[in-house]
Design a protein. Structure first.
Length: 118
């Protein structure tokens, strides 16, 4: 069983920055893909960033491209999301998730709230 725990959320003014962290424990899968999702009230959950095991490949949604950076430290079982130039529309619960084998995200954290005030 894999446990994912997010941290680093909070309240920030527009234009500010936050760094989210995701700590993985239990049976993590070598070669996995890690992703950050978010879900705002009344909206569907969306994938905002993802990173391959080797960090060679990354994905960003158009809404965060150029502002967010995903990274990982496999030795520490950590995944990070650096969020800069935050906008009120970035307000959401952010979730860390693991796709262990290319068949979809299977393990999820409990989420961390990010609120951006205007």
């Amino acid at each position: 069983q894999v446990q994912l725990v997010e941290s680093g959320g909070g309240l920030v003014q527009a234009g500010g920055s936050l760094r989210l962290s995701c700590a993985a424990s239990g049976r993590t899968f070598r070669g996995n893909v890690m992703g950050w999702f978010r879900q705002a009230p009344g909206k569907e959950r969306e994938l905002v960033a993802a990173i391959s095991w080797s960090s060679t490949n990354t994905y960003y949604s158009d809404s965060v491209k150029g502002r967010f950076t995903i990274s990982r430290d496999n030795a520490k079982n950590m995944v990070y999301l650096q969020m800069n130039s935050l906008k009120p529309e970035d307000t959401a619960v952010y979730y860390c998730a693991e796709d262990p084998n290319g068949f979809g995200y299977k393990y999820w954290g409990q989420g961390t709230q990010v609120t951006v005030s205007s």
